[in-house]
Write a protein that binds this ligand. Structure first.
Ligand code: AHR
Length: 511
């Protein structure tokens, strides 16, 4: 198996766009054990005085999310933000996840946690059971300096200075019949437009995200975006896109092609933005993406919740990820990088316990799932500009997504002269030899790491609280060579693997 990849670092026409730092976002929802016993567990041996788990914060800082969406998700569509501020925290039912919400953790706690994690807050308002007034209230509470009832309440609750949250989501997945307060595109479009108008009056500096489709298979996909954008043109900065992928009926090849499916989904939404004359004015916020075995939620977790009754932070959607899942996450990150001309933000859903790169046990350890690694590597290494690459060679025929490249690739050229190449080998059976030629620069490889099935294990290998064998390891020297001129790099990718090459300029400069 072999593949040739070519790009031109020196040619501006071959640059897709700058890599936005907000591409490496994450998501914390009041769902299962994401907040409670996830990021927040008073009394845990590593927790600080605020109840923030120190072991989790350490892993989050290593992972490197730049922006974190909060408080939901489906949860937000029946949420009263006031419940999570001040000394009185009412206990309520959360209908979205059939759970009891104690409200011990809320707005101030999240703002403080995000600051400790070094991440920006992306705040979602409830446009399910609530509307314009409550959205305006929470923005005034958060971002208005002082002198009004709401801003003074914030100050009295301990935040003298405004939080200054910049990015606001106008509701969540309002196209989904499962959403509390689900709406038609026209109903939602009008509400989103009027909410956007007042939010901008209160704080002209906010960036607003209008809710797009929950997935590309929604019967309303396309028409939903057209209608919603017609209502909100000139009022919003981004439209959201949500995408989750899973391996169905043992069709591994289609699952491995998820990155190509995400490419098409993004380009379809970009086409609709252009059709509405909004190209360059409305970006795409992929504010929920990940791999997620939804059969477990539909077939097991929901039945268990119904049986167990209403409880606080039940264990739900705690997917245990495999090598294969990590490789697919790598290819989804590759897709985000290939589409930075249109994607302005993205959030992996979610951060801790719930379909997450980090898992915890209450009173116990925190650990890295296999999917932790590709996110960490891309967030740390992708910078500067994303390059357009030409891929030739072996292809993979899939049942769900047609024919795709056997090797999925994205590459970035950083301002410091360093580069990074991210490669997914979709062949489950064989290694693939990649010949990579980047014109316009002479690069040497100073680090090459791969994540594949660990020795003696299969693509189904997982990490647990006790042992984490799935992680990137250095590729053997024989698997990576570069020609003395520094123009061609040859790398042999193990079967079903995710590989990252870190490039540095070779003496001699440009090719
Ligand atoms: O991330 C889990 C759930 O998936 C979110 O609450 C919802 O927005 C989506 O359907």
């Amino acid at each position: 198996m072999s593949v040739r990849i070519e790009g031109d670092v020196g040619n501006p026409a071959e640059v897709i766009g700058r890599v936005p730092r907000r591409l490496f976002g994450s998501f914390v929802e009041h769902l299962g054990r994401s907040v409670y016993t996830g990021i927040f567990e008073p009394g845990h041996s590593t927790s600080d005085g605020r109840g923030f788990r120190g072991d989790v914060l350490e892993l989050v800082r290593e992972l490197g999310p730049t922006v974190v969406r909060y408080p939901g998700g489906n949860f937000v569509s029946a949420y009263r933000w006031e419940d999570g501020v001040g000394p009185d925290r009412p206990v309520r039912l959360d209908p979205a996840w059939h759970s009891v919400e104690s409200n011990r953790f809320g707005l101030h706690e999240f703002a403080a946690w995000a600051e400790a994690a070094g991440a920006e807050v992306m705040y979602a308002v409830n446009l399910g059971t609530r509307g314009i007034q409550e959205a305006a209230d929470v923005l005034e509470y958060c971002n208005h300096a002082s002198g009004t009832d709401l801003s003074e309440r914030r100050r009295a609750n301990g935040a003298d200075r405004p939080f200054g949250f910049k990015v606001w989501c106008l509701g969540n997945e309002m196209d989904g019949p499962w959403q509390v307060g689900h709406k038609t595109a026209d109903e939602y479009g009008r509400l989103a437009a009027e909410t956007a108008r007042v939010l901008r009056m209160i704080d002209p500096d906010v960036e607003l995200v209008v809710a797009g489709s929950s997935n590309a298979e929604m019967p309303t996909f396309g028409e939903w975006e057209r209608t919603v954008l017609r209502h909100t043109a000139g009022l919003v900065d981004h439209i959201s896109l949500h995408a989750y992928y899973q391996e169905l009926h043992g069709d591994t090849d289609s699952y491995l092609a998820s990155g190509a499916a995400l490419d098409r989904y993004i380009r379809a939404v970009a086409g609709i933005i252009d059709e509405q004359g909004l190209g360059g004015r409305v970006g795409i916020s992929v504010d929920e993406w990940n791999v997620w075995d939804q059969r477990r939620w539909n077939e097991t977790d929901q039945a268990r919740l119904a049986e167990e009754g209403w409880r606080e932070h039940p264990r739900i959607i705690e997917d245990t990820y495999t090598v294969t899942d990590a490789v697919v996450v790598g290819s989804l990150l590759g897709s985000l990088l290939r589409n930075v001309d249109r994607v302005t933000m993205a959030n992996q859903a979610q951060l801790v316990n719930v379909i997450a790169p980090i898992r915890t046990e209450p009173g116990g350890p925190a650990w890295r799932q296999p999917t932790f690694h590709p996110f960490r590597q891309v967030a740390a290494l992708a910078s500067g500009v994303s390059l357009r690459l030409n891929v030739e060679g072996e292809r993979l025929r899939t049942a769900q997504h047609g024919e795709v490249d056997l090797v999925d690739v994205a590459a970035t050229a950083g301002d410091s002269g360093r580069g990074a190449v991210f490669l997914t080998n979709r062949s489950t059976a064989s290694p693939t030899e990649v010949r990579l030629r980047l014109r316009g620069a002479r690069y040497g490889v100073y680090a090459a790491e791969t994540l594949a099935a660990p020795d003696g294990e299969t693509r189904h290998a997982v990490n647990t609280a006790d042992s984490q064998p799935v992680r990137p390891v250095p590729l053997p020297g024989t698997a990576v060579t570069s020609d003395p001129g520094g123009t061609t790099i040859t790398v042999t990718l193990p079967p079903l693997s995710w590989t990252v090459l870190q490039l540095c300029p070779e003496a001699g400069g440009h090719a």
